[in-house]
Design a protein around this ligand. Structure first.
Ligand code: AMP
Length: 421
């Protein structure tokens, strides 16, 4: 029978890789919690309407990339393509704002987008994200950006570039969009079909099209940073001041337009020169209007999301996992026969209860094969149980690193390993 395969753009996380994820997740959690963020988990699927309203119907994510299906009750559901909309839905629904002050939330989990699959671009991928809800201050933007950069650096990454822009607000952006349309209108025919389609609905997206002709047409386009109103300009200047004071280098990219419609004022992205065409490690920005758009009270907020698979690619390419691979078991217990296994079984269980990582032969192989297995597992010690060991209640522990042997009474085995720790 033909074996069934996984779906294109999804990945199995195999045991050889899982520890790398545990490591990344542990750093992420530590960095988030140290900065005062608390975890939030929301459902993997939500009503389709949430993403349409939150992210924007005209974005690529909503118009082309969502996994949307109708359930048995005829409700349109969507696998979440990102989590900010879900977190804000939950924030409103659970009145998290009632506590007052700012709410600092983080999440990590799978997202789903029906994209063209390539290296660093999957259909099920994982994001770590944070949301700082309830502050209009530039200090909040700076704090969020800093957490992202410092976390990436804490993995040992260099070659990172922070790109910064302001995408304006509900007052200055519509004015800029018209200026931009006036610029593109006479050269519309030169743009790629996708950008021609964006002209009316979302002309700012033309600015970050990867098509070479579109890029050259955009090269002289008016910049939003020259058309910000006073509030946006002051905010932008202050964010830059905070970053400069924190010694965070950044590059202003007036054409940085992120793919989700909800951003206002600050938008940013961290790219790595070590990644190929999918070079964005993460990005984010301010979204002062999103909560209101989802039916809550106006609440200024800012956040980011990082792609965990892309982070993993970077760490692997830079060889930054090398000293972190997990150790083998503390002990491998080899046995001659089933009766020896039965006799030693409680000892093995007690060792494990005491936190000593103990493996035991489960197939009934020869002693030689069991030794090979202990070697493969990278066990630190091996002991062999036979009639004599059971009679004297004493085993000989062999240290695999140097072959040295130590006799130990079975009743003192736990203490022996505890002393080593
Ligand atoms: P976004 O939610 O589009 O702002 O993306 C934030 C980050 O998530 C990106 O910078 C990527 O690192 C990651 N990401 C987005 N889409 C994908 C994808 N299809 N596959 C892998 N990572 C992705």
């Amino acid at each position: 029978m033909e074996p069934i395969k996984n779906i294109k753009g999804t990945q199995d996380l195999l045991p050889q890789q899982a520890w790398k994820w545990h490591y990344i997740e542990s750093v992420i959690r530590k960095m988030s919690e140290t900065a005062g963020y608390r975890e939030i988990r929301t459902p993997i699927f939500e009503s389709t309407q949430l993403f349409k309203r939150g992210i924007g119907e005209l974005t690529d994510v909503v118009s082309k990339e969502m996994y949307t299906f109708t359930d048995r009750g005829n409700t349109s559901l969507t696998l979440r393509p990102e989590m900010t909309a879900s977190v804000m839905r939950s924030w409103i629904q659970n009145s998290l704002g009632q506590e007052g002050g700012v709410q600092k939330l983080y999440y990590a989990g799978p997202m789903f987008r029906a994209e063209n699959v390539q290296k660093g671009r999957l259909r099920q991928f994982h994001q770590w994200g944070i949301e700082l809800v309830g502050s209009p201050a530039a200090a909040a933007d700076a704090e969020v950006i800093l957490l992202m950069i410092r976390t990436l650096e804490s993995f040992g990454l260099t070659n990172l570039k922070l790109k910064l822009n302001s995408v304006g607000d509900e007052n200055c952006r519509p004015v800029y969009r018209e200026i931009l349309k006036d610029y593109f209108r006479p050269r519309l025919a030169e743009l790629c079909p996708v950008c021609q389609g964006r002209f009316d609905s979302n002309p700012m997206r033309i600015l970050d099209c990867k098509n070479e002709t579109c890029k050259s047409v955009s090269a002289e386009a008016p910049k939003i940073t020259d058309h910000l109103n006073e509030a946006c300009q002051t905010h932008f200047d202050l964010v830059k001041t905070f970053l400069t004071k924190a010694n965070i280098p950044f590059e202003i990219d007036p054409f940085l337009v992120r793919g989700l419609d909800y951003y206002t004022k600050t938008a940013f992205e961290v790219i790595s020169t070590d990644l190929g065409s999918q070079n964005a490690v993460g990005g984010g920005g301010r979204y002062d209007l999103l909560i209101e758009q989802l039916g809550g009270k106006p609440t200024p907020s800012v956040g980011f999301a990082i792609g965990i698979e892309r982070l993993l690619i970077l760490l692997e390419e830079r060889n930054l996992f090398k000293d972190l691979s997990p150790k083998g078991p503390d002990l491998f217990v080899a046995t001659f026969s089933e009766s020896h296994q039965t006799a030693i079984f409680p000892v093995v269980q007690n060792l494990r209860l005491a936190g000593i990582r103990t493996e035991m032969e489960l197939i009934g192989r020869s002693i030689k094969a069991q030794m090979r297995e202990a070697d493969r597992l990278k066990a630190a010690y091996v002991l062999v149980v036979g009639d004599q060991e059971l009679e004297t209640q004493t085993v000989t522990l062999k240290k695999m690193a140097d072959g040295s042997q130590t006799p130990v009474n079975l009743s003192e085995l736990t203490d022996f390993f505890k002393r080593l720790a």
